[in-house]
Design a protein around this ligand. Structure first.
Ligand code: IPM
Ligand code: MN
Length: 361
């Protein structure tokens, strides 16, 4: 699907449509990028990569080094979904998604939680003014680093050790990004550290100390700390208190699923895996949704949201804003719901509506 479009600036975009409904939503994201290209005179050069469960079943490969090098050379990567019902859990995740995050050192996972006007939140008393924050999840360390092992496996004396790796460098660069992001966002300038200092005294202790140390350079930002269990409760009870939340890899994984559901579900939740000095990969947070594959029922809005974040990352701020406005308009005025099969339109029609809104703005 290599394709060249004309424009003043050209960005090379690696596409990983992946599995299940991934290709369907990537197609809609590309449709929106093509419309952006026309409207803003930005060029995109797409290069598609055949990765995922189907490719693994066909030829036994996950993420060959040559492919990794090509992806590294892209200005940004747009991922649909990785995950296949016929492949044992962990293989594709570790061999593709986590490998991309680790080898490209995409140490930030940025996951905005925004309830758009017109969307029904699971929280019946909360509206768009209450749910508008961002989670910054550390994306390269913690338990995801895979440290640990089994001893006396399969015997009654079996021992399973699962380690959490937290380097000062890794913690510091994530916290620094969070402070900077909070400052740039310039809303409430409030940064919450999420941890578990009362139990994970080493891991969360390090996060807490570095958080405090860095605060000297960011005294314009108000900070607070919450234990992860309490924070889960507050996300549901009182989400309006949050502006930016920063946390370790596993806690970030967990709390962003809560974030997704309070913003209207996986049909709308997008995220970016970012190395601020290097590569970046954007994705809808939802998975490959095998049961909806090929039916035109999956909501592409999360993927279009990922495209919007990608444009912002690429420095195409005007285009990013226009896509955001188009998403807001379509969500508010056209869509009946955000769940798969509930939009009142097919996957392709939702993409067309966004393109229409974009072109007429
Ligand atoms: C996510 C996903 C992944 C994660 C899985 C698929 C490995 O849940 O991106 O949140 O745990 O990071
Ligand atoms: Mn997750």
């Amino acid at each position: 699907m290599a394709e060249k479009m004309s424009g003043e600036r050209t960005h090379t975009i690696g596409l990983i449509p992946g599995d299940g409904t991934g290709p369907e939503v990537v197609e809609e994201g590309v449709k929106v990028l093509e419309a952006v290209s026309k409207k803003f005179g930005v060029g995109f050069h797409f290069k598609a990569f055949d990765l995922g469960g189907e490719a693994y079943k066909r030829n036994g490969t996950l993420l060959p080094d040559g492919v990794l090098d090509q992806l590294r050379s892209m200005d940004a990567v747009f991922l649909g979904a990785i995950g296949h019902p016929d492949v044992n859990p962990g293989i594709l995740e570790k061999g593709i998604l986590l490998k991309l995050r680790f080898t490209l050192d995409l140490y930030i996972n940025l996951r905005p939680v925004i309830l758009y006007p017109g969307v029904a939140s699971l929280l019946k008393d909360k509206g768009p003014e209450d749910i508008d924050f961002a989670v910054i999840r550390e994306n390269s360390e913690g338990v995801y680093a895979g440290g640990g092992g089994l001893f006396k496996e399969g015997t009654p004396d079996e021992v399973a050790v699962q380690e959490s790796i937290n380097t000062r460098k890794g913690v510091e660069r994530c916290l620094r990004y969070a402070y900077e992001y909070c400052r740039k966002r310039n809303r409430r300038k409030h940064l919450t550290l999420c941890g578990k200092t009362n139990v994970l005294i080493y891991e969360s202790g390090l996060w807490y100390r570095v958080f405090q140390e860095l605060h000297d350079a960011y005294s314009d930002i108000e900070i607070d700390y919450q234990h992860v269990d309490a924070l889960c409760m507050w996300m549901l009870k009182n989400p309006e208190q949050f502006d930016v939340i920063v946390t370790s890899n596993l806690f970030g994984d967990i709390i962003t699923d809560i974030g997704a559901v309070i913003q209207g579900g996986l049909g709308i939740a997008a995220g970016g895996n970012i190395n601020p000095e290097g590569n970046a990969m954007f994705e809808p947070i939802g998975g490959s949704a095998p049961k909806y594959t090929g039916l035109g029922k999956i909501n592409p809005m999360a993927a279009i949201g990922a495209v919007q974040m990608m444009l912002d990352y690429l420095g195409e701020e005007a285009a990013a804003q226009a896509v955001l406005d188009a998403i807001r308009k379509v969500v508010k005025e056209d869509l009946k719901g955000l769940g798969a099969g509930k939009m009142g339109y097919s996957t392709g029609e939702v993409g067309d509506l966004v393109v229409q809104a974009l072109s007429s703005s």
